[in-house]
Design a protein around this ligand. Structure first.
Ligand code: ADP
Ligand code: GLC
Length: 512
């Protein structure tokens, strides 16, 4: 059994703004079967601490209430204030050890994990996530009595400095364990001006090309990619794409230099959360064999969105409303989609300009296009269960989860051929249909022509009822459970844990 500390800024079921939380929350349970005991460490945002309950006071063991989560470590001054580490459990089906960094001066704020109520990034995000990284490196290095780890797994830029702390400033008296850095999205790199460097608590030698320095500033993700033993991203195609300037977004040279230490492991989905035969959020349960029952969900969805009731295709979108997700091109194709007899139900939050444009489209097509602007987990389930096809026109998509939920729910994905979308959806070309392998529709290039053609193909296929049913069934039969991917992560961890020391590692971080 090896012990891994998974360090991230969000995890279901406690706090989620996107797919990162799904992945971090699901992995501990899935990987336990592969000989890895994983603890998840996240910041103590108000919603996390509320779920955990009031912590007990450290050292007052007997006096504390039986249910109070224990404080297992304290920092007198962590980047400007006291902090403590509270131990708990990821709830329910996400069974796994949880460590929460309760640092009120950094995390006790209303708003999202990254921004204030008006959507502006917290001005001290560098400090908040440097603190998370420093504390994570301390914990992985054995600062908590009785809690040892063999490896640290850092997710995204918010945890990016942790591998650098382990490399350049390991915890006093602790061990410098190996680390893995996972890129969930290259578009978010955590880049800050040079003047924060002296406040990070890193030695001068960390200000270097093989350290945290990046174009004259501090790059959090860059630091992690340079310092970690191994790098992963969330699909094999994205692992290739980020070697190019278009997708590498400035870090392509570094990715190329890390050679074989960059792997793509596709995300799984949590089959307990996303199972149409048991999902408590949906009106009628169904399965690949009992697909006819699904229509009750379509009718319920039409009603919920105030859409015309008819037998034409009902498209859905569940997405952040951003340029990455191609939502501007979605606005452009609305007339085409409606012209083909389609309807659209959309759930999302994001850019104000896109929201306004979408509202204009919905107003043009009353009864055919309807929106819910907001974040609603249960509604996302009802949409996957009731929609005929889910549109995912992303310009880049490291993995993407909504197309996987679509596959599991018989909601045929219509996707841009990029990243994890290319890896998980089999295009319904003639050969694939004939072989019973097709699970959705891919289109190349996110622009009006290509996306419109993808929608046309989906509508044509929808009207060939037998083929459509076959495509749906093939998708539902796919295994996107975590099992295979968890096995891949476990093998990777072992590979790096088995290196006797940093010096003995086959590929030294940053030495290529
Ligand atoms: P990303 O993390 O880039 O946003 P993913 O497809 O990996 O993209 O993950 C998005 C996750 O967030 C999915 O679980 C999806 O169902 C969920 N999601 C996105 N927008 C909403 C929303 N408005 N309401 C509910 N769930 C949403
Ligand atoms: C990021 C990516 C998305 C991926 C998710 C989880 O948010 O944009 O493609 O599925 O992380 O890895």
């Amino acid at each position: 059994m090896i012990r891994v500390l998974s360090l991230a800024s969000e995890a279901v079921p406690l706090v989620k703004t996107g797919g990162l939380a799904d992945v971090v929350g699901a992995l501990p349970h899935a990987i336990a079967a592969h000989g890895v005991q994983m603890s998840v460490m996240i910041p103590g945002y108000p919603q996390v601490l509320t779920r955990l309950g009031p912590p007990a006071v450290k050292g007052k063991g007997k006096a504390r209430k039986a249910a109070a989560p224990p404080v297992v470590h304290e920092w007198k001054d962590l980047f400007g204030g006291p902090a403590r580490l509270v131990s708990g459990q990821l709830d329910g089906d996400h069974a796994g050890d949880l460590l929460v960094l309760d640092a009120p001066h950094l995390f006790n704020r209303d708003g999202s994990p990254y921004a204030d109520g008006s959507g502006r990034d917290w001005i001290d995000n560098w400090r908040r996530f440097a603190a998370l990284s420093r504390a994570g490196a301390d914990v992985a290095g054995g600062v908590v009595e009785g809690l040892t780890f063999d490896l640290l797994h850092a997710h995204d830029w918010q945890a990016g400095l942790a591998p650098a702390y382990l490399k350049f400033a390991p915890p006093a008296g602790g061990r410098s364990v190996p680390s893995i850095m996972t890129i969930h999205n290259m578009a978010f790199q955590g880049y800050y001006p040079a003047d924060i460097f002296p406040r990070l608590g890193l030695p001068p030698e960390a200000w270097a090309v093989n350290g945290v320095e990046y174009h004259g500033g501090v790059g959090f993700l860059k630091a992690g990619l340079e310092s970690a033993y191994g790098i992963t991203t969330v699909s094999p195609t994205y692992a290739l794409e980020i070697r190019s300037p278009q997708f590498g977004m400035g870090l392509e040279g570094l990715i190329q230099s890390r050679g074989d230490n960059v792997r793509g492991i596709v995300n799984g989905i949590d089959a307990k959360e996303w199972d149409p035969s048991k999902d408590p959020a949906i009106a009628a349960h169904f399965s690949a064999r009992a697909l006819a029952k699904r229509v009750a969900n379509k009718r319920a969805l039409e009603k919920e969105f105030g859409l015309d009731r008819d037998d034409g295709p009902l498209f859905i979108v569940v997405s952040r409303l951003t340029w990455q997700k191609g939502m501007d091109v979605l606005c452009e194709v609305l007339d085409h989609l409606v012209g083909l007899g389609g309807r659209l139900a959309l759930l999302g939050t994001g850019d104000a300009a896109l929201v306004s444009e979408l509202h204009r489209g919905a107003a043009r097509h009353a009864g055919r296009v309807s929106l819910r602007i907001g974040y609603d987990e249960a509604l996302a389930h009802r949409m996957q269960a009731g929609g005929d096809a889910i549109l995912v026109p992303s310009r880049f998509e490291p993995c993407g989860l909504t197309q996987l939920y679509g596959l599991a729910y018989g909601c045929v994905p219509v996707v841009a051929r990029t990243g994890g979308l290319a890896d998980t959806v089999v295009d319904a070309n003639l050969a694939a249909i004939k072989a019973g392998a097709a699970t959705g529709i891919q289109f190349a290039g996110v622009d009006y022509q290509n996306f419109a053609l993808g929608i046309t193909r989906a509508v044509d296929l929808y009207h060939q009822q037998d083929a459509w049913t076959e495509v749906r069934r093939a998708g539902m039969r796919m295994d996107f459970s975590w099992n295979q991917s968890a096995a891949a992560y476990a093998a990777l961890y072992r590979n790096y844990v088995d290196q006797p020391s940093v010096e003995g590692a086959v590929n030294l971080p940053g030495d290529q």
